[in-house]
Design a protein around this ligand. Structure first.
Ligand SMILES: [Zn+2]
Length: 158
């Protein structure tokens, strides 16, 4: 790899072909970020909010851009809260697998038997166990889930 050929980025690639993604996967396109429906819909409404610009650390965004990104995250979070009434929202900023800046927004349901634990323990389990994977994916309602979030999106001042 040379400087002229940056390493391929999973999210940059995805953002470049949003039109090709299934409609229910693209929840909302904000000015500074894009919300995609997450692959683990046991946490119904789980979204991934990806920065539209490729940076790998929150600190690499300028002040105004970071502020706008956080506002968009709150708009998305309020919509998820209104649609699914979670016991608690969980926010995770990791990027160990895909460094491109993105937040995971998990609405934690009150009937989750592991509700006091981080979701990643369950997700790791699902990677190894077919029955768990099937239980946690819950993608059959993806179209309805995305529609419910979109209907609940309200921008401040509107
Ligand atoms: Zn990227």
């Amino acid at each position: 790899m040379t400087d002229n050929q940056p390493e391929p980025c999973y999210f940059c690639d995805k953002l470049a072909r949003l039109d090709d993604l299934p409609d229910e996967e693209v929840v909302w396109i904000f000015p500074h970020s894009v919300a995609l429906l997450g692959p683990w819909q046991y946490y119904q409404g789980y979204c991934i909010l990806i920065a539209r610009r490729h940076v790998t650390e929150l600190s690499q965004l300028g002040h105004a851009e970071r502020h706008a990104y956080f506002e968009e995250m709150c708009v998305l979070a309020r919509a998820i809260e209104a649609a699914f009434k979670p016991r608690k929202m969980n926010y995770e900023l990791l990027g160990n697998q895909v460094p491109h800046l993105h937040w995971h927004l998990f609405p934690r349901r009150s009937d989750d038997p592991d509700m006091l634990k981080p979701v990643w323990l369950s997700l790791e389990h699902a990677e190894r166990d077919e029955a768990w994977r099937h239980r946690l994916q819950g993608r059959s309602q993806a179209t309805e889930t995305t529609a419910r979030i979109r209907e609940a999106v309200v921008f401040p001042g509107t």
